[in-house]
Each structure stands twice: as C-alpha cells, then as structure tokens.
Design a protein around this ligand. Structure first.
Ligand SMILES: Nc1ncnc2c1ncn2[C@@H]1O[C@H](COP(=O)(O)OP(=O)(O)OP(=O)(O)O)[C@@H](O)[C@H]1O
Ligand SMILES: [Mg+2]
Length: 276
C-alpha cells in the first residue's frame, strides 16, 4: 500500500473503526446470546459461564494472532507483486479488510480479558476534549452524514487511559453511524462533552431507529448483536472500560416527541478515585 510515496504496512488494531462498505442488511434477531436467561437464572452460574467462555475466547484469540500476522505479511508482499492489476489489487484489499476485522475481534477479546486485571494508571491524565475530537475523526462515515461536535473551549483534563477512552468513543460513534444506514434524510449525530467539578459526560446521540425495549436490558452483554458483521463486543468492552475508570456507560432510546433515536452517555470522574 502506498500513501504519499510512503509504504505503510497494514496493521490490525482494535481501536480502528470497521468500515461499513459492502455490509449485508442487518439481521432482525439478537445473535449469539452467551447464556439463555431461562437456562441460567442463577447469577453466579451466569457469571461462571461468562468467565469460562471469556477465558476460552481469550485463548483462541491469542493463538489466532500468529496465523493472522503471517497472512497479513504475505498479503503485504503480494500487494507489491501484483502492482497495477486492478482485479488482483481489489481482491487483496478485501482480504486486508477482512484481516483487519479479524484482528479487531481478536484484540477486543484480549482487551476485554486484560481489562479486568489492568486498571488505568492512577497518575495518568489526558484531555478528554482532544480524545473525543480524535475519536470522531477516526470513524468512517458517508460524506453527507453530519456529526455536530459540541466541545468546551478549555481542555477537560481527567485521570485515565486516553487510548482506551478513545476506543469507547470510537465504538459509540461507529454504532451511531451504523444505526443511520439507510436513513439518508436523518439530522445526523450529535457528540457533546459537558463537565462539572466532579464528572465529565460524553453523549453520543443519533436519530436512527433507537433501541428496542427487548434489546435494552441485554445491550451491554458480550456477543449480543443485531448486525450481520457485528461481534456484539463493542458495548460490552466499552462499559468495562468506563467502569475500570470508575465511571459508567448508559444507553437510552429517545422518545419520538424528542426526535427519536438513541443516546449513549459515558460518565467519567474528574479526579482520581482511590481503590479498585
Ligand atoms: N446507536 C445505536 N442505535 C441502535 N442500536 C444500537 C446502537 N448502538 C448499538 N446498538 C445495538 O446494540 C448492539 C450491540 O452493539 P455493540 O457495539 O456491542 O456490537 P455491534 O455494533 O453489533 O458489533 P461490534 O462488536 O462490531 O461493535 C448492536 O448490534 C445494535 O443492535
Ligand atoms: Mg458496535
């Protein structure tokens, strides 16, 4: 791959958004629920089941990284060999795209498991306004889709891990963009950052279909998705990251009287919190 005369090596990262190009239409049903509520009414059993599946998935994810890296290198070398052949180049781009999706799934799984054991450094701080601005810029979207960014003029310095919080905002904005697939006349998306002495709040509001009442209670569970190419990990991982930072992530459907759609609010404390 050449950009401005420079050769850039393809690299799969969990904090890179997925492209929405070539997506089949979304499925109606909620997919891949890990545990059926009726099968495991006891919350302890449910937590155990999630832990085992999480450990298994992390093991598989870890082992998959080596073959994925080999394929990625081979594709990179092939790209140089096929040169200007447009059909071969297109197929290689598809392979690269799918590799990136696979890499993102693998990294998400590993991050989810690592996240439990790796709280953010208590001394690290960052400007949340800058991180929100970067996250919004990273999410690919149709050119006509407007994102209104409302940020304070001054930096909003908070304790925590900028990379992981950026990943949360990327996930929320990517979801909002995906919710507007086929809603070409939508007023778009609003991303807002407010803060006071105690907490900062990032709100991502879209004017898509909103969230079905049946889905809302399970929205943050791993592997719950209605999207054909979704992993259902974005929100589970994002809430875990928010809670690792002693904050939270909440979802609501906005009433039709208020314009409809969904609103996700990430809340983070302004000052370091003692303890786990
Ligand atoms: N802004 C939104 N509007 C409507 N539904 C949403 C929105 N955000 C998330 N959802 C619903 O929540 C589900 C889970 O979202 P989540 O981000 O966890 O996974 P995903 O987007 O399906 O896949 P991925 O792991 O690739 O992010 C989505 O499949 C979708 O049904
Ligand atoms: Mg998502």
């Amino acid at each position: 791959m050449r950009r401005g005369g420079q050769r850039s090596r393809p690299h799969a990262r969990c904090d890179e958004p997925l492209k929405s190009r070539d997506r089949p239409p979304p499925r109606d049903a909620v997919l891949l629920p890990l545990v059926d509520e009726t099968d495991a009414p006891d919350p302890t059993l449910r937590a155990d089941a999630l832990l085992h599946v999480g450990q298994l998935a992390a093991g598989v994810a870890h082992e998959l990284r080596n073959p994925l890296a080999v394929i990625e290198t081979s594709v990179f070398l092939l790209q140089e060999q096929v040169g200007e052949d447009p059909r071969a180049a297109r197929q290689l781009r598809r392979i690269t795209e799918q590799l990136r999706i696979a890499g993102a799934i693998v990294n998400d799984l590993l991050d989810t498991v690592r996240g439990r054991n790796a709280p953010p450094s208590p001394t690290a701080t960052f400007d949340l306004a800058r991180v929100v601005r970067e996250a919004v810029a990273w999410v690919p979207r149709p050119p006509r889709l407007a994102i209104a960014l409302r940020l304070p003029e001054d930096p909003v310095v908070i304790p925590g891990d900028a990379r992981r919080i950026r990943q949360v905002v990327v996930n929320l904005v990517a979801n909002a963009v995906q919710s507007l697939d086929g809603h070409d006349d939508s007023p778009g998306i609003a991303v807002t950052l407010d803060s006071d002495e105690r907490a900062a709040h990032v709100s991502v509001r879209d004017h898509g279909p909103g969230i079905a009442d049946t889905l809302l209670p399970r929205l943050f569970e791993p592997f719950v998705t209605t999207r054909a190419e979704g992993t259902g990990l974005g929100l589970a991982l994002s809430r875990q990251i928010a809670r690792d930072h002693h904050g939270d992530l909440r979802a609501e459907s906005v009433s039709p009287a208020e314009g409809g759609g969904a609103r996700f609010t990430l809340t983070l404390p302004r000052h370091a919190v003692e303890g786990p």
